[in-house]
Design a protein around this ligand. Sequence first.
Ligand SMILES: [Zn+2]
Ligand SMILES: [Zn+2]
Length: 265
Amino acid sequence: MLIDSHCHLDFPDFAAERDAVVARARAAGLGRMITISTRIDKYDEIRAIAESYDDVFFTVGTHPHQAHLDPEASVERIVELAAHPRCVGIGEAGLDYHYDQAPRDVAARVFRTHIAAARISGLPLVIHARDADADVAAILEDEMGKGAFKALLHCFTAGPELAAAALRLGLSISFSGVLTFKNSVALREVAASVPLDRLLVETDAPFLAPMPLRGKRNEPAFVVHTAAALAAVKGVTPEALAAATTANVLKLFSKMPAPAALEAA
Ligand SMILES: [Zn+2]
Ligand SMILES: [Zn+2]
């Protein structure tokens, strides 16, 4: 069993066939999907999707691309929205200097607000970090000093220094289809260095379909290809990788109930 720890089922790409997408994920052996918020003003829509499927859970937060567009929520407001029984995490929030869509000071402020919400709620923060390794590491270090919080770096594409800093601070690291791309040699080296008990897999669907489906619209079922690539990188069987990453995501997103098949085991 695998869990897609990060997808965007609210995106218009899926509107016409969301039921079929979820059904294909189940057929591929996925036990859970976490649909990740990019805008707090889409909260009702995202919550409704999670309420429609037994195996879909959601998060609340503002993506760094939207930090200047989403109504800037207070820590208290995010914590309040996260109290919904199917809301299992905060984010995605973070810094993205590749696209630089929001002013960097606004994105940093919103990022810290989400960290505070994670700390207070006890829910894990889903961090989006792109081409901002030093600033993300500095903020994580600074905020962890104010009080512990749970977090993961999602769709990891950064360098070994940020991975090391994150691991030192107790964070987990999630890999997407980028791991399977032919030229992701350095990324696979970073993945090999992450302990098995800190690894997660995700699709980030509808983006970044893994090999051999690269270029297609991505969907949660395709996480099996990323998991297979990660198993090869770690030198473990696909079964061992699936068991480890599933246990890790259930431990991190501890508000999300384990699938019945695992509870019975
Ligand atoms: Zn992201
Ligand atoms: Zn995302």
